[in-house]
Design a protein around this ligand. Structure first.
Ligand code: 1AG
Length: 134
């Protein structure tokens, strides 16, 4: 059985998020609020089609994509920089490359047990988040 990311996931830990936001140029006040948040992700996966809704009390973000198909990402409510994004499989990991003004930007999702992992990358910063099934 291939991995299925579908479900509702709650943030349990976030490491280096502040430095990741700093690399994205997020201002001080926004970073202070953002780092207190406990976002929830709702992922819908049908074959190679995905939607990922990340919600919090402050900002929310929605993205949908098909594996291997480049799309324009607006990062609305985040850093607002547009990028060309593409998500591919690396074995059972979902790997997104976000090409734009920021070097080395992207993320990787994978599942281990009942936990969802997310690594967020920008320039020389890596943020590691762990989510648990709701
Ligand atoms: C995400 O990408 C995007 C959502 O998970 C949050 C990740 C990083 C935030 C980026 C920049 C910070 C800018 C503003 C901070 C304000 C609020 C924090 C955001 C809280 C939840 C939206 C991966 C995703 C696939 O597309 O899971």
């Amino acid at each position: 059985m291939p991995v299925d990311f579908s479900g509702t996931w709650n943030l349990v830990s976030s490491d280096n998020f502040e430095s990741y936001m700093l690399a994205l140029g997020i201002d001080f006040a926004t970073r202070k609020i953002a780092k207190m948040l406990k976002p929830q992700k709702v992922i819908e996966q049908e074959g190679d089609s995905f939607s990922i809704q990340t919600t919090s009390t402050f900002r929310s973000y929605f993205v949908q994509f098909k594996i291997g198909e480049e799309f324009e990402e607006d990062n609305k409510g985040l850093d607002h920089r547009k990028c060309k994004s593409v998500v591919t499989w690396d074995n059972d990991k979902l790997v997104c490359v976000q090409t734009g003004d920021k070097k080395n930007r992207g993320w990787t999702h994978w599942i281990e047990g009942d936990q969802l992992y997310l690594e967020l990358r920008c320039e020389d910063q890596v943020c590691k988040q762990v989510y648990k099934r709701a």
